[in-house]
Design a binder for this molecule. Structure first.
Ligand code: ADP
Ligand code: MG
Length: 287
């Protein structure tokens, strides 16, 4: 039987915007030793600004329109931001054959031409030589029918409460904070340094993130728990692999909210330390 105080703990957490899907996760939260974060939408806002457009031959506006068309059907924060930057109405009937390449980008048909929009890994996979970009930010390449068309540079910002969230975790005894990202090494390192994270692993595909979490689970002590926090886009496998899967509720996809054990309704990473404190308090009442 579940002690009554667990319901009290779950109720208290829910009033703070933290949904905990069972007493066993409250117990695990109290033992949190390692917290692993996804980057985009979790530690960063997931709202990108287009900071530069570098076409190879077309006009800047044409390259941006092509990228926005290719991103018509994607739910990724990068796709939303590129459509927002384009601003005008898109004739999505021109776009067919949509293939999402998770952790890499998208491939679609626009007016019957094959358009690929994504990162270095995607360009490598389709065998296209790209021009390296030396600007700070995430590079989004565009290729049409096997020809390199140029790239956009986009940049995100860390969430306002992210640095406090990391400090609060350390203050309540969490031993290790880690960030996993599919983004470039330089972008990952920049965010990790700003936030004071212990480790960062970049350029990961969704399956690589599961491998990293398994490595980190092996490094966690037998009584300690590992929490993974994600916004949900492609994160369902990692969320279920962790001892505690925590999803950002407002940004998160339905699949992520389903796969998660804990949902943060307002997407604030600082709520994780609060959840741990509520869990510990509940346990001290139960015992
Ligand atoms: P994160 O690990 O930061 O949450 P993802 O795993 O979702 O990021 O994506 C990793 C990388 O894949 C992005 O930084 C971007 O380079 C590329 N990418 C993913 N989806 C898209 C998309 N729809 N359009 C362009 N690039 C994308
Ligand atoms: Mg993500």
């Amino acid at each position: 039987s579940v002690p009554l105080a667990f319901f009290g703990g779950i109720g208290g957490a829910s009033r703070a915007g933290i949904l905990i899907k069972g007493g066993n996760y409250l117990e695990a939260l109290a033992n949190t030793e390692t917290v692993v974060f996804d980057k985009t939408g979790t530690l960063t806002r997931g709202v990108f600004n287009v900071t530069a457009i570098h076409p190879e031959q077309e006009r800047e506006a044409d390259l941006l329109e092509l990228a926005a068309l290719a991103e018509s059907w994607s739910d990724h924060p990068i796709a939303h931001s590129i459509r927002e930057a384009y601003g005008a109405e898109l004739d999505t009937s021109r776009v067919t054959g949509v293939e999402e390449r998770s952790g890499r980008g998208v491939q679609v048909q626009v007016d019957g031409r094959t358009v690929c929009v994504g990162n270095d890994t995607l360009m490598e996979e389709i065998g296209i030589a790209w021009h390296p970009c030396h600007q700070v930010g995430t590079t989004v390449h565009v290729a049409v029918d096997g020809v390199y068309m140029g790239h956009l540079v986009i940049s995100d910002q860390v969430k306002e409460d992210a640095a406090d969230a990391i400090r609060a975790l350390r203050a309540c005894g969490v031993r290790k904070t880690v960030m996993l990202t599919g983004d470039a090494q330089a972008v990952g390192e920049d965010v990790a340094r700003r936030l004071g994270l212990d480790e960062v692993h970049a350029q990961l595909l969704p399956a690589d993130k599961v491998d990293r979490v398994e490595d980190l689970l092996r490094q966690t002590s037998p009584r300690g728990a590992l929490a993974f926090v994600g916004d949900g886009i492609n994160d369902a496998p990692v969320l279920s692999r962790a001892d505690i899967g925590i999803a950002m509720g407002a940004l998160g996809s339905d699949a992520a909210i389903e796969a998660a054990d804990v949902v943060l309704m307002d997407d604030k990473p600082s709520k994780i330390a609060l959840a741990i404190r509520i869990a510990r308090k509940t346990r001290s009442i139960v015992r």
